[in-house]
Design a protein around this ligand. Structure first.
Ligand code: BLA
Length: 510
């Protein structure tokens, strides 16, 4: 397979996973041109359609399908507005006396791609029916992780996969299993971290466009599309195909994990790939298109609920910020110079943002409480702090990585949230945090996501997913996004206080 000679970890991101020219065998594909003549089709087309006809390039689609079926396909295509939409028709009879099919239709460039798979008579209505009950349960979850846990459980019940995980992307695009529902005999993946290379960039981009994929059997190579390239020489773009066969590297990865079928659905919050539902099954598994559609709908509803929970958290925070503002203004209104207000400041913000010390530096005077640096050590930071491009809050859980002078007091504190409280000269209020040695448990060594085969050049994803512990030193606990927001509103309040004090001073003089 030439794939392996052209793909390595550095160009993993460039494997054209939408142009592999193969589909999975549980359905069949035909691509027609603007005149509804066959341009390309999957090798298994005749076998899946099970009709008298034999498909061939250039054939009119009307010679394959019943006029009613062609009419339905044309009507569906006519309704499609967004170029990225994939329309579905369930239970369509395509040939005289033939079985009903579930059909997906979408356009790519000049081609219309029609994908067919056997219809599941049992189910659409009953699947949709279960959604209401599921949503009622999810609605009661007011907190992100509770919502994820509940959703994993519900998804497992809906689909019957052996394991359903909610996989959340971190800022660095590594991922973590933040919720899991699994068969009792399986080991848990909860809390495990996976490096960003496990899901390369083009795959993440594609999952934003096309939120759903199923891999029904990891031991299937897939069915080729004929001819491999169009008459104009272009490979067929399967980005939005529901049957697309996936990257052989990824199939190998899943086999290494012991998984035989997988399904994943994107969790998209405000246009961003927040995470995935990742489902594993330990035997091959085909899900009817109707059930896949319900699962997709479920995840869209979940994404909306998640967005709402995240927004509520944001609203609660701004309320806290306002409260902080009012309390500070009340306490500082007494005319106490800001420099002498460190205990007040610390008492007010200390309720909300955990810290091990605080310092204030105003008009060249430095005061510190708790385990912050000495005046001399702090002064050494000033040039770097003053060079910051904005006067907004600056937070780091490893200050010395940004400002080497901070190394001098790394035995005391390593993390800092720096709140600039005036512009020129810059004055600062700082919260400090001690080192917090941490252990991150990766599923396998994150520095070795691939292994080389005997020939040296053949690259394979890692075979071991054994828990691999990485200890992280020299860092404090992370400053959470919420905490930075609180500090930012504190900054605005302090600016206001300082301006007022300056005003009063000017009036006193007048
Ligand atoms: C795709 N990798 C994926 C997908 C997942 C993961 C969920 C989406 C496809 C799917 O539905 O299975 C990774 N799966 C995980 C992780 C867990 C899981 C982290 O269940 C955790 C529990 N993969 C590698 C390396 C490469 C690689 C080294 O490890 C490249 C050299 C590639 N992964 C890779 C590619 C895809 C992928 C190319 C896209 C597959 C496709 O959609 O065609």
């Amino acid at each position: 397979n030439t794939m392996y000679t052209t793909v390595d970890l550095t160009n993993c991101d460039r494997e054209p996973i939408h142009l592999l020219g193969r589909i999975q065998p549980f359905g069949a594909l035909v691509a027609v041109n603007a005149d509804w003549m066959v341009a390309q089709y999957s090798e298994n087309f005749d076998a899946i359609l099970d009709a008298q006809t034999t498909i061939a390039p250039g054939m009119r689609i009307a010679d394959l399908f019943l006029p009613e079926a062609v009419g339905a396909l044309r009507a569906t295509l006519g309704q499609m507005r967004g170029s990225d939409s994939v329309e579905r028709i369930f239970g369509l009879i395509l040939t005289v006396g033939g079985a009903p099919f579930d059909v997906a239709v979408h356009s790519t460039g000049p081609l219309t791609i029609i994908e067919i798979e056997p219809h599941d008579a049992a189910g659409f209505a009953s699947h949709v029916g279960t959604l209401r009950a599921i949503m009622a349960e999810l609605e009661t979850c007011g907190e992100t992780m509770a919502l994820c846990r509940e959703a994993a459980g519900q998804m497992k019940r809906l689909l019957g996969f052996d394991r359903v995980m909610v996989y959340k992307f971190h800022e660095d695009l590594s991922g973590e299993v933040v919720a899991e529902a699994r068969e009792p005999h399986l080991e848990s993946y909860f809390g495990l971290r996976y490096p960003k290379t496990d899901i390369p960039a083009q795959a993440r981009a594609l999952y934003l466009r096309n939120p759903f994929r199923i891999i029904s059997d990891v031991n299937e190579d897939g069915v080729p599309i004929l001819p491999g390239v169009s008459i104009e020489g272009a490979p067929i773009d399967l980005s939005l195909s529901t049957l697309r066969a996936v990257s052989p590297i990824h199939l190998e990865y899943l086999r290494n994990m012991g998984v035989e079928a997988s399904l994943s659905i994107s969790i998209v919050v405000r246009g961003k790939l927040w995470g995935l539902f990742a489902c594993h099954h330990y035997a091959p598994r085909v899900l009817p298109y109707s059930l896949r559609t319900v699962a997709e709908l479920f995840s869209q509803l979940f994404s909306l609920l998640l967005d709402r929970v995240l927004t509520d958290t944001g609203t609660r925070l701004s309320a806290k910020g306002r409260e902080l503002h009012d309390r500070l203004m009340a306490r500082l209104a007494g005319g106490v110079p800001l420099l002498d207000s460190l205990p007040t400041l610390e008492a007010v913000i200390g309720d909300i943002v955990q810290h091990d010390g605080s310092s204030i530096y105003i008009d060249g005077v430095y005061k510190s409480r708790g385990c912050g640096p000495t005046e001399e050590q702090f002064m050494a930071l000033i040039p770097a702090l003053n060079s910051a491009s904005t006067s907004r809050v600056f937070a780091s859980n490893e200050l010395a990585a940004r400002i080497p002078a901070a190394q001098a007091f790394a035995d005391k504190v390593v993390g800092a949230m720096v709140v600039p409280v005036s512009r020129r000269p810059r004055d600062y209020f700082v919260l400090w945090r001690r080192e917090l040695p941490q252990v991150v448990t990766w599923a396998g060594n994150p520095e070795k996501p691939v292994e080389y085969g005997p020939s040296g050049s053949r690259l394979t994803p890692r075979k071991s997913f054994e828990a691999w512990q990485q200890s992280v030193n020299g860092k404090s606990a992370e400053w959470a996004e919420d905490e930075c927001q609180i500090a930012e509103s504190l900054r605005v309040t302090l600016l206001e206080v300082i301006l007022r004090l300056t005003d009063e001073a000017v009036q006193d003089r007048a």
